[in-house]
Ligand binder design. Structure first.
Ligand code: AMP
Ligand code: ZN
Length: 114
């Protein structure tokens, strides 16, 4: 997508601190971290939100979730625990219209979320 900020990051048009990349997914550090570890995991295919997950190749969906504990281990948060978040739509608090999962860790999370 031409004007999507995350597509621009994938294409290297906007700088980002890359954590991991495969043929299908891209992982980078959130620019406004909400925890000591705050990564964003995104498919390289432009999918607008969780509502369109059916348009994503299930192999890629699987890859996203398989990589999460690997990222957690690499960042030293596997044992203590972490949180995976998807914000969907207006009420969900989504601000970027490219499907992404937040991986947050390094502090004790609270519930319920704000
Ligand atoms: P959400 O509010 O769930 O849509 O999450 C979007 C996230 O993208 C927010 O946590 C932002 O801080 C983050 N974000 C926005 N622009 C950038 C950027 N250029 N590089 C890294 N993270 C970004
Ligand atoms: Zn996009």
């Amino acid at each position: 997508m031409e004007n999507c900020i995350f597509c621009k990051i994938i294409r290297g048009e906007i700088p980002a601190k890359k954590e991991y990349e495969s043929d299908s997914i891209f992982v980078f550090h959130d620019i406004t971290p909400q925890a000591p570890i705050h990564l964003l995991i995104i498919p390289k295919t432009h999918i607008t939100s969780m509502n369109e997950i059916g348009n994503l190749d299930p192999k890629v969906t699987n890859e996203i979730f398989q990589v999460i504990p690997k990222l957690a281990e690499k960042n030293g948060i596997l044992e203590k625990g972490y949180r995976v978040v998807n914000n969907c739509g207006n009420y969900g608090g989504q601000t970027v219209g490219h499907l992404h999962f937040h991986l947050l860790g390094g502090r004790h999370m609270v519930w319920p979320p704000g």
